[in-house]
Design a binder for this molecule. Structure first.
Ligand code: ZN
Length: 300
């Protein structure tokens, strides 16, 4: 019976750090940094829950008036963890949303439950943080990393930043779980972005309004801090109401409905991959993804 509870799969997980996210408050700005630079800040469950803790800490602290999300190291983030020793899909964490455990669920229900919580649910939750948020992006901002940047109110990118969602060409999946693509980009550009899965550089992203400001790499932190400090000096409630107003406009344009529809197609594709390849991401590893990415970019 499909309703059966199953024995959770035992998978060895080796975390390289117990601090996958760092947190620091400077001048009423919380600096939340992804901190797995050795794995290009790949997002595992450990990082997701640490991020949720950090966002919640910044939200609860009345002295924090603005939040910056960045990544330590060369890249903002290479996306969801699909192959480091710390990949922890089969680990249970205390759910933050009203969802049941996922690790003891059979077949497609496992991933559907996990991604409702860890990807779609978390991103929607972070978008609603009642304080202004700024993503500070350098280097790669790929697939799952887009979702982190897109949940923020503003995006400041360095000239070397690039944005990419290659999951259709790589895995036959129509984009990452938080399907904001056609809200972040004009529809035809979003189609190009998803169908071809090629890199979009910061300047082109800026031309569509997906990025607010592009600066040289060595000015990224300074430029982000200037905006963060300005926002932190403004009225708390005004900042909250203003971001909510724009979020509401996106709702009137159907953002959540669009994301819900796409999420189910995303999971149909995961299930199809499982049936065809015995693996929900079509057996693609982090190495495969990096190699395909380099080839696309004309690198060795
Ligand atoms: Zn997924």
């Amino acid at each position: 019976m499909s309703e059966d509870i199953v024995e959770p799969k035992q998978v060895d997980i080796v975390y390289e750090t117990d601090e996958p996210v760092t947190y620091e408050v400077i001048d009423r700005v919380a600096w939340i940094m992804l901190n797995r630079p050795g794995f290009n800040n790949s997002q595992n469950g450990q990082m997701t829950y640490a991020l949720d803790d950090a966002f919640n800490r910044a939200t609860q602290d009345d002295d924090v008036r603005c939040i910056v999300l960045g990544g330590n190291g060369k890249h903002f983030s290479a996306g969801h963890d699909i192959g480091t020793p710390g990949r922890d899909v089969h680990k249970e964490f205390d759910k933050r949303l009203m969802l049941a455990p996922h690790t003891n669920k059979p077949a497609a229900e496992l991933l559907y439950t996990r991604e409702q919580e860890q990807y779609l649910g978390m991103c929607k939750r972070w978008r609603e943080i009642p304080k202004p948020t700024i993503a500070m992006v350098q280097g790669a901002c790929v697939a799952g990393a887009l979702m982190l940047a897109w949940t923020c109110d503003l995006i400041v990118a360095s000239e070397d930043a690039f944005f990419q969602d290659p999951v259709n060409p790589l895995m036959g999946i129509p984009g990452v779980e938080y399907f904001a693509h056609a809200f972040e980009l004009p529809p035809r550009v979003a189609k190009e972005f998803l169908l071809l899965g090629e890199r979009m550089n910061a300047q082109r992203a800026y031309s569509f309004g997906m990025v607010n400001k592009v600066v040289p790499r060595d000015e990224l932190r300074e430029a982000t801090a200037a905006w963060a400090n300005k926002l932190a000096g403004q009225g708390r409630l005004g900042n909250w109401l203003t971001k909510q107003s724009i979020n509401h406009v996106e709702e009137l344009r159907g953002k959540t409905s669009a994301m819900t529809a796409a999420f189910h197609m995303h999971h149909f594709a995961h299930a199809q991959n499982d049936l065809v390849y015995g693996n929900s991401i079509a057996g693609v590893s982090g190495k495969d993804a990096a190699a395909a990415n380099k080839k696309d970019a004309g690198e060795a």
